[in-house]
Design a protein around this ligand. Sequence first.
Ligand code: MG
Length: 161
Amino acid sequence: MKGLEKKSREWLEERGVSVKDIAELVYFLQSPYHDNLTLEECIYNVEKVLKKREVQNAILTGIQLDILAEKGMLEEPLQTTIANDEGLYGVDEVIALSIINVYGSIGFTNYGYIDKQKPGILKKLNDKSSDFCHTFLDDIVGAIAAAASSRLAHSYDEEID
Ligand code: MG
């Protein structure tokens, strides 16, 4: 495993997100369309997404900003905006877009849906009563799940990397 992948996986774990958590989001999105879908298949597709460099960079960048906001180390007005996860900021979603697109445009639909429903780990990350700042991480995790769902959907009818 290369350095960037190792680091981005470690940071996800340290921030309370496991591969299985993300795979469960994929299962939530794809099980209505694929009979006999297994969690293992979802895990496999999440693993593939985590190998992409643009995904690793998005994870590291987003988590870094979350951590700095948590420590109060950003300059204003960013400190307040990111620490409070202000709705009109939108750069967290833009970073997520770089992930969503890696397996084609159906990722957008999946991301939009999961971002509204907030199942599983997404609900936990959005708990504003915690001391953690997950302004970037929630979008990144949703985007990884959306990309893995697209990959899984495509894999049913074609060979992809
Ligand atoms: Mg966000």
